[in-house]
Design a protein around this ligand. Structure first.
Ligand code: AVJ
Length: 324
């Protein structure tokens, strides 16, 4: 039998989350250059829109990473040995995790960490059916914050963090180093990080992935305003903000913005935020790294790159980093 923990959030926890959401939104929108944290894209509607993005012809990331996993999951799992505790950061969709779990030898337990309770519930249910006997210990949290791991029933030989999807690209290099250092501590001696990272390539290809012809990415971007309206009692007019995504070559990153189409005021609860015509809210960075960049970020954070798997076009990489 599996033991999945109860995910229904206690009312005070849910309220804490709303208080934090409101504080982060107001902090971002009161800054001279307005921004919103990209983790708030993923309410139920946003998670569904992201699923649609992963199937777009222009969005090469997910299918490329999936192909790398299909080809090399056995190779990735072998050096992790028996009885590893598999921790997953931002366990949105689990197609890739399944491939890994299939090849792990007697994993001690699987610990998915995600901000979406709905997603975690689905993950736990789906994996329970496929992997009877696997203990699943979901944590509803922001993986970049400190967290304490639940103790699995079986003793774990080592801890392995699986961080797929190029979510690492959402963090600035400074934040990435902090996150990797925190991860190295979490894994401890003998631990590893299996990291999915998008790679630098022609800006044309990258820009197309964030400006799809069906407008799904635009809807995904605008959805964060709909979420703020609903959860924080705000009155954003979604028609008055336009999606913009471009590759910033100097910084090596995609930037997504929402551009105010006119001068306007928006109420958020009892706060009012003014926008000039053409003013932007930056909603996401998505950094694209070279293999050398990842190596450097890993090294300064307490990891050594052990293996790198890529696709034939070298669009995407999955890398095994060991705590050193
Ligand atoms: C899930 C963070 C990897 O940066 O490509 C997709 C999110 N944003 N289209 C990415 C996203 C716009 C995605 N990550």
């Amino acid at each position: 039998m599996i033991a999945t923990r109860d995910l229904s959030l206690a009312p005070d926890v849910a309220q804490d989350a709303t208080v934090r959401f409101r504080a982060e939104v107001l902090r971002g929108l009161r800054a001279p250059l307005k921004s919103l944290p990209c983790k708030y894209f993923y309410d139920d509607a946003g998670a569904e829109l992201f699923e649609q993005i992963t199937r777009l012809p222009e969005y090469y990331l997910t299918r490329t990473e999936q192909a790398i996993m299909e080809q090399h999951a056995a190779d990735m799992a072998a050096p992790l040995g028996r009885r590893c505790l598999l921790i997953e950061y931002g366990s949105g969709s689990i197609a890739k995790t399944r491939l890994l779990l299939r090849h792990l030898r007697e994993p001690a337990a699987y610990v998915p960490i995600d901000v979406s309770a709905a997603f975690l519930k689905l993950t736990a249910q789906a994996l329970t059916e496929d992997f009877p006997g696997l203990e699943i210990l979901p944590i509803c949290a922001d993986f970049s914050r400190a967290l304490s791991l639940p103790a699995p029933r079986k003793k774990a030989a080592r801890r392995v963090v699986y961080f797929p999807g190029s979510t690492i690209g959402n963090f600035t290099p400074t934040e990435t180093v902090a996150l990797l250092r925190h991860t190295a501590r979490l894994c401890g001696p003998g631990g590893s990080l299996l990291l999915g990272a998008d790679l630098q390539k022609s800006p044309r290809i990258i820009e197309a992935a964030y400006n799809d012809s069906q407008g799904v990415t635009a809807a995904f971007n605008c959805n964060v305003l709909a979420r703020i309206n609903r959860e924080l009692d705000a009155d954003f007019n979604l028609e008055q903000f336009a999606h913009r995504a471009f590759y910033n070559a100097a910084e090596g990153r995609i930037e997504m913005h929402l551009i105010s189409q006119r001068e306007q005021q928006v109420r958020i609860g009892d706060a009012v935020i003014g926008f000039a015509e053409g003013e932007s809210i930056r909603t996401e960075y998505s950094y694209k790294y070279s293999l050398a960049d990842v190596r450097e970020l890993a090294t300064v954070s307490g990891f050594a790159v052990k293996r790198v798997w890529t696709d034939p076009r070298e669009y995407f990489s999955v890398q095994c980093l060991a705590v050193h």
